[in-house]
Design a protein around this ligand. Structure first.
Ligand SMILES: [Zn+2]
Length: 116
């Protein structure tokens, strides 16, 4: 774990970027799968309801059943990425990573600026 304040911010920024990239990838793949299924229903069968219930082929993932949970997980990951980056890269007990104030409370929050 880094002990220098600037290093903590750099590592957190990298972790945050990676979490958001993974979340964005999950959202993109989920959207493609859902839209693919909807287009299959529209143009493939001419009936959206049938597109939801028909299987495209043996071994084919159903876009709705796989895409919607992937979309939800990706959005959740993207929304929580800020907190997760702080949870993954903890500030050491040497003081606040933002302002340098020496005393942190029991939850690791700075009593001077509130940074955690
Ligand atoms: Zn502070």
């Amino acid at each position: 774990m880094p002990t220098d304040h600037a290093k903590i911010h750099r590592v957190r920024a990298i972790v945050l970027g990676m979490l958001r990239l993974v979340g964005l990838s999950m959202v993109t793949i989920g959207l493609v799968m859902v839209v693919n299924r909807l287009l299959f229903g529209l143009w493939g069968t001419g009936n959206i309801a049938q597109g939801w219930s028909n299987w495209m082929g043996i071994g084919q993932w159903h876009g709705i059943f796989f895409g919607v949970p992937l979309l939800g997980a990706g959005v959740t990951l993207a929304l929580l990425s800020g907190r997760l980056s702080h949870w993954i890269v903890r500030a050491p007990a040497m003081g606040c990573a933002r302002c340098g104030y020496e005393t942190l409370d029991d939850e690791g929050r700075c009593s001077e600026c509130g940074y955690r």
